[in-house]
Ligand binder design. Structure first.
Ligand code: KG4
Ligand code: ZN
Length: 350
């Protein structure tokens, strides 16, 4: 069974080929260099860049895998959630290819793909001993989502905790901006944090009505207020100018203290989720923030039975899209009519 996966939900154009659960090729073209100078993704520019990249990326994935359209069995594409213009390029391409080559088409939820990145093993291929066991809890931590999802078996998802406001990745990105660290904020904060003191500043852990829910906007404001205090300026001082008043040492200390608080909150909620679901066999991290080395270190040192995707699959890629599709097919889920495929900028995985 050969699956061609396509991903274009944000600022990565990607295609991968999976044969019977084994990865044959994986091509990712990132737009990070374009958006570095803007400090964030501009949806219109992202969509145009996807349009330029998508066909060469698909051609390369097919030639790297040494396959051709005669032997490709299925097409899988991300249809939600994501930037509307970006999703449009991937889904229109996938629909056209499905109709042209007469292949069944699977529309795959982006968060499901992130979770299934854990079924791609360390080398980029699958390995049975490394697969997570059910029932499992997945912590999905990306630029747009922060959720704890319970899975009792493949393709069954129950959201037991979610963010009430900002996603944790968004919080990394926004705090990086305040500190004058380059886009994308997550890796920049992580690099600065390595040189900083995580105990220098103390930030609150927000309380939520459902103790498994998250709230990160308060943490973002708490960091902003502390930066303003350190700089000796008022609340109305432009936040984009604060970076000019901070020393490199202060920037590193803020990065380290914020990162520690964010990780502590994530692991605290996970421990509680595990306690409330004592039959949990695996804890599966998913999404861009799962690349964070300090998080990996802290989670691995904890008593939790954790799984992390290979760092090359923690950000957006199409190998995970094809893998999620593989398990949809194995579970008997039917393909989507390519003429009727819908897409949505926001949607929950349920
Ligand atoms: O999953 P992803 O690539 O795209 C979405 O689906 O949103 O996640 C992107 C997010 C960004 O907020 C980025 O700053 C964050 O993941 N990120 C990190 C790290 N690498 C990427 N956050 C913390 N530490 C990292 N090393
Ligand atoms: Zn993602």
């Amino acid at each position: 069974m050969i699956i061609l996966g396509i991903e274009s939900s944000c600022d990565e154009t990607a295609c991968a080929i999976l044969k019977d659960g084994e990865l044959l090729s994986n091509v990712v073209v990132s737009q990070i260099d374009i958006f570095k100078s803007y400090g964030g993704v501009i949806p219109e520019v992202a969509a145009r860049s996807h349009l330029e990249a998508i066909l060469p990326v698909i051609d390369k994935a097919i030639s790297d895998a040494k396959v051709n359209w005669d032997i490709i069995d299925y097409i899988a594409v991300t249809n939600t959630p994501g930037l509307l213009g970006s999703l449009l390029i991937g889904t229109l391409t996938a629909r056209t290819l499905a109709i042209l080559h007469n292949k069944p088409l699977y529309a795959i939820h982006h968060l499901k793909s992130h979770i299934y990145s854990n079924w791609l093993s360390a080398s980029g291929e699958t390995g049975p001993s490394q697969r997570p066991q059910f029932p499992l809890l997945s912590l999905v931590i990306s630029g747009g989502h922060t959720q704890i999802i319970k899975m009792t078996h493949h393709n069954h998802f129950e959201i037991i905790g979610t963010t009430l406001d900002d996603a944790v990745g968004e919080c990394f990105d926004k705090i990086a901006k305040i500190l004058g660290l380059p886009y994308p904020g997550g890796p920049s904060i992580a690099a600065a944090a390595e040189k900083g003191n995580p105990k220098k500043y103390h930030f609150p852990h927000p309380k939520t009505k459902n103790p498994l829910d998250f709230s990160f906007s308060g943490l973002k404001t708490a960091v902003l207020r502390q930066v303003q205090k350190e700089c000796g300026v008022g609340l109305d001082f432009p936040s984009h100018e604060l970076k000019n008043l901070l020393t490199p040492e202060q920037i590193n200390d803020f990065a380290a203290s914020f990162q520690k608080t964010a990780i502590d909150i994530l692991l605290e909620k996970l421990r509680l989720a595990k306690k409330l679901n004592p039959d949990t066999k695996s804890i599966v991290f998913a999404g861009g923030v799962s690349a964070n080395q300090e998080l990996r270190k802290m989670a691995t040192a904890s008593e939790l039975p954790v799984f992390f995707p290979n760092p090359k699959f923690s950000g957006d890629n199409a190998a995970m899209v094809a893998m999620a599709c593989f398990y949809e097919i194995k579970s008997g889920i039917k393909p989507t009519d390519p003429y009727k495929l819908t897409l949505a900028p926001r949607s929950d995985l349920c």
